[in-house]
Design a protein around this ligand. Structure first.
Ligand SMILES: Cc1cc2nc3c(=O)[nH]c(=O)nc-3n(C[C@H](O)[C@H](O)[C@H](O)COP(=O)(O)OP(=O)(O)OC[C@H]3O[C@@H](n4cnc5c(N)ncnc54)[C@H](O)[C@@H]3O)c2cc1C
Length: 434
């Protein structure tokens, strides 16, 4: 099925249009084929090109490279996340493993931007986990205990301090972690496209329709051509399930976000001229909200089971109204109609929040399912799955593989029913935080 995306994402519209776009128009053979050109696929391609400068590497995407979730996210490169459940010592051990992966992810992105001198509005200002509900302080105190045990620098904040820092009176309690970075996701992924080495051939607007393996050759069918490859890496994240990859272990979730125009000087003064900041919700379905360095406000407050291939204009507008309300609640002094764009993006989730990093079969590999933290982990997994596919090992691979594997999911319709029920429950719990 064709992926039809809205063309209204502010992050993408900040970039200059690309002119070097090629689609697959004939049959080809290659040593390596990567399906999906987001952070994961592009990082895999870059690493393979370094490892095999004389081999042909094809990377192919159903839409324009990088213009899936990799350009559509909120731009938090995270060191820690909150919404997981980690109370016993056993869970602490799991949480530690997870943060070790986040840390490797941050290092992978840092190395990439240093090696290629990338400007992606990097700001290591940390991030807030915040709530308007006083009773959520308990959750934050528990979280603080976990962070202390693992040596993460952080502090708890109350309403007064928060309103000074964020320019809104909305939040009553928060925990600020020093680690973690805010960045421009579109600029980061565009840089990954721009630096692809010469032996990487990028095809766009070319959707993989079907694939199969005969002896040692993997054959992939596209609308206008076929690629026969010796090795393949699936890096389609929210679309892994639709290609039959680990389909009983992951499922797509659609997120929508909106961004305002830049605030005027007067509007910015009216909210106290805060420095750039990013807030993540304490309750899982609450809003992610960010003040960018150029004075725009980004809000993401939906996560749902939806057709991952398309969201209609009407559906997007409905969600945008919800986001307008989210901004109004926090910044009542700002005008009503300041949202400039709204967009949707698809991610993938697993039941136990573990990622997929696997050899699926001989010469067939897959990486994905970052459960909302794919900027760093996607970059890391892309590079490391390329190394794994080359039959090599690294400390990073050992750290990744030390985590639990994703757990089995029930078949449809039970899966959608279960996920929808859970999302409704979480949405009700987070009503005040939208
Ligand atoms: C609104 C939103 C907010 C988010 N916020 C954050 C955040 O703040 N921090 C964070 O770390 N993460 C965040 N995420 C998640 C993050 O964007 C993803 O985890 C990350 O982009 C995954 O990268 P990827 O390369 O694996 O997948 P993608 O960027 O989704 O790339 C996969 C590519 O595969 C292509 N594809 C799919 N099917 C086919 C096919 N059949 N044939 C060819 N190509 C195909 C798609 O077109 C797509 O370009 C957010 C996501 C969204 C949508």
């Amino acid at each position: 099925m064709k992926i039809v995306n809205d063309s209204t994402c502010s992050w993408i519209n900040d970039l200059t249009s690309r002119t070097n776009i090629k689609s697959l128009e004939s049959n080809e053979d290659s040593e390596w084929l990567i399906i999906g050109a987001g952070y994961t696929g592009l990082s895999a391609a870059r690493k393979l090109a370094q490892l095999y400068p004389d081999q042909k590497i094809i990377i192919i995407d159903a839409q324009l490279a990088g213009e899936g979730a990799s350009s559509r996210n909120s731009g938090y490169l995270v060191d820690t996340t909150l919404n997981d459940g980690f109370t016993s010592n056993k869970d602490l051990d799991n949480y530690k493993k997870k943060t070790e992966i986040y840390n490797l992810g941050i290092n992978a992105v840092k190395k990439f931007i240093n090696d290629y001198q990338v400007d992606c509005d990097w700001n290591d200002c940390g991030k807030y986990f915040a709530s308007s509900k006083k009773e959520d302080e308990k959750t934050l105190i528990n979280f603080s205990e976990t962070l202390k045990k693992l040596d993460f620098e952080h502090n708890l904040l109350s309403n007064h301090e928060l309103s000074k820092r964020l320019g809104t009176n909305f939040y009553n309690v928060a925990l600020h972690t020093k680690g973690g970075v805010l960045l421009h996701p579109g600029k980061l992924v565009r840089a990954m496209i721009d630096v692809l080495p010469k032996n990487v051939c990028l095809y766009e607007n070319s959707s993989l329709l079907s694939w199969g393996k005969t002896k040692d050759i993997i054959s992939c069918e596209f609308k206008n051509g076929k690629i026969n490859t010796k090795k393949i890496i699936f890096a389609t994240n929210g679309f892994l399930k639709s290609l039959g990859i680990k389909s009983n272990y992951n499922f797509p979730i659609t997120l929508t976000a909106s961004m305002t125009r830049p605030l005027t000087e007067n509007e910015f003064k009216a909210i106290g001229q805060p420095k750039e900041w990013g807030v993540l919700p304490v309750r899982p379905m609450g809003a992610t909200i960010r003040m960018t360095k150029d004075k725009r406000i980004l809000v993401r407050n939906t996560a749902e089971v939806h057709n991952p291939f398309k969201m209609s204009k009407f559906d997007l507008q409905k969600r945008s109204i919800n986001q307008k309300i989210g901004i109004k609640k926090r910044f009542p002094q700002l005008p009503e109609d300041i949202i400039q764009s709204s967009w949707s993006g698809v991610v993938s989730r697993t039941r136990n929040s573990s990622q997929i990093f696997e050899k699926i079969d001989k010469n067939i590999f897959a990486a994905g399912c970052y459960n909302g933290s794919g900027i760093g982990v996607g970059t890391l997994f892309g590079e490391q799955i390329a190394i794994k596919a080359s039959e090599e090992n690294t400390e990073e691979i050992q750290t990744i593989e030390a985590r639990n594997k994703p757990t089995w999911l029930p078949p449809q319709p039970f899966l959608n029913l279960g996920v929808k029920t859970r999302l409704i429950y979480e949405r009700l719990r987070a009503r005040s935080e939208i």
